[in-house]
Design a protein around this ligand. Structure first.
Ligand code: ZN
Length: 168
């Protein structure tokens, strides 16, 4: 496994549409393993392949709704994911490993159900509420070249950011 560089806002690859994964081969597995290591090291809750410079429809989402799991065990690998059901609404803070130091207020569905394939090509469905639902939506947006800053009603101010870091 190896750490990959996380691309940051201003890099045009983040604005491009990713292509479907067709080969569930060793190369995909290496990409996913590297993405897992990169996500854990960065301390995020999700990572999409274009964020490490690969325009393929693959994302990782941490299922933070599941208690008693290690960070590593919370990671769900989603290949060619699509949202098949969404309901409710939540408005809250959102950030992105590709937009460091910036947080915004974004409205997302409260609950989503996602259909995807695993690293071997097997179809499965999973669902999430709250932060996990937010994360599914955020990561899937990356596959179509969208960043949360496009959706944010507003970005947090310097004071709000300081309050946030003070809480930690
Ligand atoms: Zn992001």
């Amino acid at each position: 496994m190896a750490l990959r560089n996380i691309r940051e806002e201003g890099d045009s690859i983040l604005l491009k549409k990713s292509r479907p994964v067709v080969d569930f081969d060793k190369r995909l597995h290496i990409l996913l393993d590297d993405m897992r290591e990169t996500l854990l090291q960065a301390g995020g809750v999700g990572l999409a392949a274009p964020q490490v410079g690969v325009l393929r429809r693959a994302v990782l989402v941490m299922d933070t709704n599941k208690e008693g799991l290690t960070d590593e065990e919370q990671i769900i690998e989603l290949i060619n994911p699509r949202i098949v059901e969404s309901d409710g609404e939540q408005t809250g803070q959102e950030g992105c490993l590709s937009v460091p130091g910036v947080y915004g207020i974004v409205t997302r569905p409260e609950h989503v159900r996602v259909r995807a394939q695993d690293r071997f090509g097997n179809a499965f469905e999973c669902e999430g509420t709250g932060l996990t639902a937010r994360c599914f939506c955020h990561e899937l947006d990356h596959l179509d070249g969208h960043l949360f800053t496009e959706l944010a009603q507003r970005l947090l101010t310097e004071e709000e950011l300081q309050e946030m870091s003070g809480e930690e």
